[in-house]
Design a protein around this ligand. Structure first.
Ligand code: GLA
Length: 706
């Protein structure tokens, strides 16, 4: 390899090319599927690998530092490139240095050859004589030139997570950023797709998927401008309120950015990410997730022991595997009868639950199901014993109002004693009740007065980074000390869905919005990044849809219920029972199989959820197939009144054209239909579209004949 050239690619050639110019600067000469060196052009026209404040200020910088002594400029030159082997591929450290001030910066990468994934981050090492302040530190700052790009991004708000927006990038800066520290991904989640040339489809187009592994505020900026129609992405934590003082000798590391490429549409980026996430990112990525019965939508705060035990009877009867007791089980002097009291007082409310958690866990065990509990460990109601004892433990500024949201305040995890309290309280519950094998970890408000009186003055401006780190520390401690307890990550629904937090969690609560029509669209969006086993999906009464339809939608992800089982009709009960049976018989496919998005609910290109039904095709279908292509489960949904865009058939994928398959309708309450067809037929012609009414679903089980 050429001396001054650095190639950081996976085995199929996707990744970065960098080149050192005569003046020592490091330029990015390629980023993508088959990045070229741009031979023939002077290196100076190519973007810097890491643009800094001080290198021609016509573009936003990826790194901005005020050095010890006050110099605000940084000019980096190449200082070395080391490579080593890790279990997935190569680890690269590209070292850069600001000769004038002695600042060292390194660009870290890990390639994952088999999965076609690259991880990337940036580190700043303060080799100066005293503290420096880092105002901007992007994890990644890739650039492209001379090509149209289409950005697909997601977010929305409470009950509107995973709204899809696709747009062509035009000159200027498209800024995606989130705030609030605790549940930022409600606003903007840390995943996006970039399609090049034209909008990509499932099987066509050049696509890059990006995921920022950061549990706090994120910022993804896409700046299209000169020179050369250059597009520059800056991906990292939201720099506002993340201005970090780094002491001499210390190192500041950005979050990690995860990239996956495809030359043939989105299906491949999803496969790559799913495989990689299950193997390397989400906790216990190979463990099957249970069918959950949750009581939240069924009872809200109004339950007692008898009600819960009768729900457990029903859960066991339907075939659910775990009963999850949600909010409202705790509080002594300030019982949690609604959301204005009790948070922080994690002792059982004996009025509602005289036998305590022990009796409930035992009742679950007697019924052959597991028991899980809801907690919201980062929060406190002012009406609580915890707040009465420790009013200074919340995020606040002395002499200023403490703004309540949902009648609660946020605990300041930057205080070691608060972290200790949270870990000890959760741990105490788990130690006292070994029957708890699952926790739903919720967080229901943002931080509104960022800063901590417990931190020195020069660390206030970096509070978002301090808080995100402290939160991860608590999560990691709970995950490490109680390794057998499964954790669901919830933050008012999908307010935390990042790959950093998922290291400690098994799944996310995708959204409080469980209207199955909305859920088809949300789960569709999320499936581009997160594997189905990670996406909690429960059947509820939200939207008042038929239970059959709710089941069929929830069964395509991590299945469960949140239903007042006492209110189920006999017919509905039968539907739920049958749904669990079908799900369990195919769980390995849904949770481990290869996803195929077969019929998109969105029209191609420039669609946004805000356009409502005009952007929708009205139908959707997806399937999961076994890696050996011998089995598959196919889900089809008719959302709207069938019309011109309704498909005539669903051509399948992931089968062997040479083999013959039995195709059986298996949705609860569906027709008893069995047919035989070759893999070639099923993939070329497909299954006839059987749905003629809105809010209906079909599920097929496809199995190789003996
Ligand atoms: C949040 C969660 C819900 C439920 C409630 C309980 O809104 O997203 O699923 O747990 O809190 O208060």
């Amino acid at each position: 390899m050429d001396e001054g050239r650095i190639e950081i690619t996976t085995e199929d050639g996707a990744g970065y090319r960098f080149e050192v110019a005569d003046d020592g600067r490091l330029h990015q000469t390629g980023f993508g599927i088959r990045p070229s060196w741009g031979d023939g052009l002077p290196l100076s026209v190519f973007p810097l690998a890491l643009p800094t404040w001080g290198e021609g200020l016509t573009r936003a910088p990826a790194l901005r530092v005020t050095h010890h002594g006050g110099d605000p400029l940084t000019r980096l030159t190449f200082a070395g490139h080391e490579r080593s082997v890790h279990r997935g591929g190569l680890a690269h450290t590209v070292r850069l240095r600001d000769e004038a001030r002695g600042l060292e910066v390194s660009l870290g990468f890990r390639t994952w050859d088999g999965d076609g994934v690259i991880e990337q981050w940036t580190e700043v090492h303060n080799g100066e004589g005293g503290p420096i302040t880092v105002y901007e530190l992007a994890a990644a700052a890739p650039a492209w030139w001379g090509i149209d790009a289409w950005l697909t991004h997601h977010g929305g708000g409470w009950a509107e997570e995973w709204q899809t927006h696709e747009e062509r990038l035009i000159p200027g800066t498209k800024l995606l950023q989130s705030w609030g520290g605790v549940r930022p991904h409600l606003q903007v989640n840390p995943f996006f797709l970039l399609s090049f040339g034209d909008p990509s489809t499932e099987l066509a187009g050049e696509v890059l998927a990006g995921a920022l592994a950061w549990g706090g505020n994120v910022r993804m900026a896409f700046e299209l401008g000169n020179p050369m129609g250059q597009l520059r992405a800056l991906c990292g934590w939201n720099p506002v309120g993340s201005e970090v003082v780094v002491e001499a000798g210390d190192t500041l590391r950005s979050p990690t950015m995860v990239w996956a490429w495809s030359a043939s549409g989105r299906a491949q980026t999803s496969h790559r990410l799913h495989r990689w996430i299950c193997a390397n990112s989400v906790r216990d990525g190979d463990r099957p997730r249970p069918v959950v019965m949750n009581n939240w939508e069924a009872t809200f705060f109004g339950f007692d022991q008898q009600k819960l035990v009768s729900m457990m009877d029903d859960a066991a009867d339907l075939g659910a595997e775990l009963f999850l007791l949600d909010d409202g089980w705790f509080g002594d002097r300030h019982p949690r009868d609604n959301d204005d009291a009790g948070l922080g007082d994690w002792m059982v409310d004996r009025r509602k639950l005289p036998g305590g958690i022990g009796a409930l866990a035992a009742a679950a065990e007697e019924r052959g199901i597991r028991f899980g509990l809801w907690v919201e460990p980062e929060m406190v109601n002012p009406r609580s014993e915890l707040y009465e004892a420790h009013p200074d433990w919340v995020v606040h500024q002395p002499g200023r109002d403490r703004r309540e949201e949902r009648q609660q305040l946020v605990l300041d995890l930057c205080r070691p004693e608060v972290r200790e309290f949270v870990v000890d309280t959760i741990g105490g519950l788990l130690d006292a009740h070994p029957g708890i094998s699952y926790l739903k970890w919720d967080a229901n408000r943002d931080v509104s007065e960022p800063g901590s009186p417990a931190l020195p003055a020069d660390r206030q401006s970096g509070y978002w980074v301090e808080l995100a780190r402290a939160t991860q520390e608590v999560m990691s401690e709970v995950a490490t000390r109680w390794p057998d307890v499964e954790l669901m990550l919830c933050a008012s629904g999908g307010g935390r869905v990042d790959l950093q937090s998922l290291r400690w969690f098994h799944e996310v609560w995708t959204s409080d919005n469980t209207d199955p029509v909305d859920r088809v669209l949300m789960q569709w969006a999320a499936s581009h990044f997160l594997p189905a086993r990670v996406l909690g999906a429960h059947v509820t009464r939200w939207g008042e849809r038929p239970v059959e339809f709710g089941c069929a939608v929830a069964m395509s992800a991590r299945f469960g219920f949140d239903l007042d089982t006492a209110g189920l009709s006999d017919q509905e009960r039968q539907v739920c029972r049958a749904a669990v049976e079908v799900y369990l018989a195919h769980r390995d496919l849904v949770q481990d199989g290869d996803l195929h998005r077969l019929v998109s609910p969105w029209r191609v290109g420039a669609v946004t959820s805000k356009d409502g039904e005009a952007a929708r095709t009205g139908s959707a279908a997806l399937s999961y197939s076994s890696p050996d292509r011998r089995r598959s489960i196919v889900f089809a949904y008719q959302l709207d009144e069938p019309g011109g865009a309704t498909p005539a058939a669903v051509p399948l994928r992931g089968l062997d054209p040479e083999l013959t398959y039995e195709v059986r309708r298996v949705e609860p309450g569906g027709p008893d239909e069995v047919a035989t067809a070759t893999g070639a037929d099923l993939m070329d012609r497909g299954l006839d579209w059987p749905l003629t009414a809105p809010v209906t679903a079909a599920i097929w089980s496809v199995t190789v004949t003996a």
